[in-house]
Design a protein around this ligand. Structure first.
Ligand code: GRF
Length: 211
């Protein structure tokens, strides 16, 4: 367990110091919006903190800022708009095909706001990592930060976990906790949580790949 030395009180568990991994991980990242988690993974790779390469970014909203971030970093980005597919399964088939085309080994859901089907889960068994803005199993689904505020909890956080078919479920890789402050809004609390998401996501990827 690690007590965070920075100004925001937080607790990260587990801590990892030494991950056994030789070849760079081939990552596919999927994002629907802002893409700050995409960026921190890319930065961790650039800084030599994560031994990986991003093969492709898949995004589903034409206006996703994640695509701009990918362009700025020279990462190939593919738009797969879910509105163009008849079913979730058909959409996921296209996603799997695209990830295979780019030779992806590990998939990172970094703000991917679509439910996934067994078509996708079965194609990458135990190799899909999701980041969620709550301490799972509390506050699954959308508006997790608002749910935490409404519930009155004094501590919340974020979770990196292996993705299963059931939404926001699966073996937990790493969590970080932050306080909920009396004057928090959803925005201020989410910003505090995101600082921790950005710390744990690259670590959780390394941890998953080393086990
Ligand atoms: C994060 O809070 C993540 O936990 C959730 O969606 C948000 C994505 O943020 N699944 P960003 O697009 O990476 O900035």
């Amino acid at each position: 367990m690690t007590l965070c030395p920075d100004s925001t009180l937080s607790l990260v568990s587990p801590s990892i110091s030494d991950c056994q991994q030789v070849a760079p991980l081939k990552l596919g990242i999927m994002a629907s919006g802002n893409g700050s988690n995409f960026d921190v993974v890319a930065q961790a790779i650039q800084d030599g903190q994560l031994n990986a390469q991003i093969q492709v970014l898949i995004y589903n909203n034409p206006s996703a800022k994640a695509a701009v971030r990918a362009a700025n970093r020279g990462v190939e980005a593919v738009l797969l708009n879910h509105r163009n597919y008849k079913s979730r399964e058909e959409f996921d088939e296209k996603i799997v095909q695209t990830l295979r085309h780019y030779d992806v080994e590990w998939v990172i859901l970094a703000g991917w706001m679509r439910l996934v089907t067994s078509v996708f889960i079965d194609a990458f068994p135990e190799r899909i990592i999701n980041i969620h803005p709550s301490l799972l199993p509390s506050f699954k689904g959308i508006h997790a930060v608002e749910q935490a505020l409404a519930s009155g909890v004094k501590i919340t956080g974020c979770t990196a976990h292996i993705t299963c078919l059931e939404m926001d479920s699966g073996p937990i890789l790493m969590q970080a906790a932050v306080p909920v402050l009396p004057d928090d809004t959803a925005e201020t609390l989410h910003a505090r949580i995101q600082i921790q998401e950005h710390r744990i996501l690259p670590l959780a990827i390394a941890l998953a790949a080393s086990s």
